[in-house]
Design a protein around this ligand. Sequence first.
Ligand SMILES: N[C@@H](CCC(=O)N[C@@H](CS)C(=O)NCC(=O)O)C(=O)O
Length: 222
Amino acid sequence: MAGIEEQELTLLGSVGSPFVIKVQIALKLKGIEYKYVEEKLGNLSETLLNYNPIYRMVPVLVHKGKPISESRVILEYIDETWNQNPILPSDPYQRALDRFWSKFIDDKCVIPAAKTIFIPDEKEREKATEELYEALQFLENELKDKFFGGDEIGFVDIAALFIPLFQEVAEKQLFTSDKFPKLHKWSQDFYNHPVVKETMPSKEQQFAYFKARAASLAAPSK
Ligand SMILES: N[C@@H](CCC(=O)N[C@@H](CS)C(=O)NCC(=O)O)C(=O)O
């Protein structure tokens, strides 16, 4: 722990975790150097548990010895601390909208998308697919430019990385070009962005991560 406290900036993460990738993309977009510490899911280190005793999850960002957890909160902290290449818009109303859509993606897209892949029960999977399509239609309507953030990747784009990630892992089309043409094009532009390309784990790493998570995602309580 002393080691991390002495560091300027450390990210505790786990390879393949989309929440961790979000933070890595934000740091890279801003060109910020940091030390990365790998955590083992299901067997988190004492250090991680000390830094995030409430949620007991990665990612945790430790800046000058001070821990910050929850990926959306971390992203806002990064944007407020390092001004270059802003992730959130400067206008308060636009910032509020970005926060709204980012939360919408977490609440209404990520969970049903995971269920469409991992839930063994076919009826439940169909229900989740319907929920997901309804939510994706809202996002499709919201996408006005190349990215949600305009010409550049922003807060909502980073939140939405779950969609192409799940699609890739499932090796099936969750959103096809005829059903969601704008989102389809967005996912290609997003994946081809140099920072995203550089940050995304390999397909094998993503498979390994999702395989390990599949059991808990398929649990009836989720
Ligand atoms: N709401 C959290 C979710 C983070 C999360 O779900 N982290 C998972 C890995 S993807 C985790 O650390 N799980 C603990 C474990 O499996 O031991 C965030 O946005 O940061």
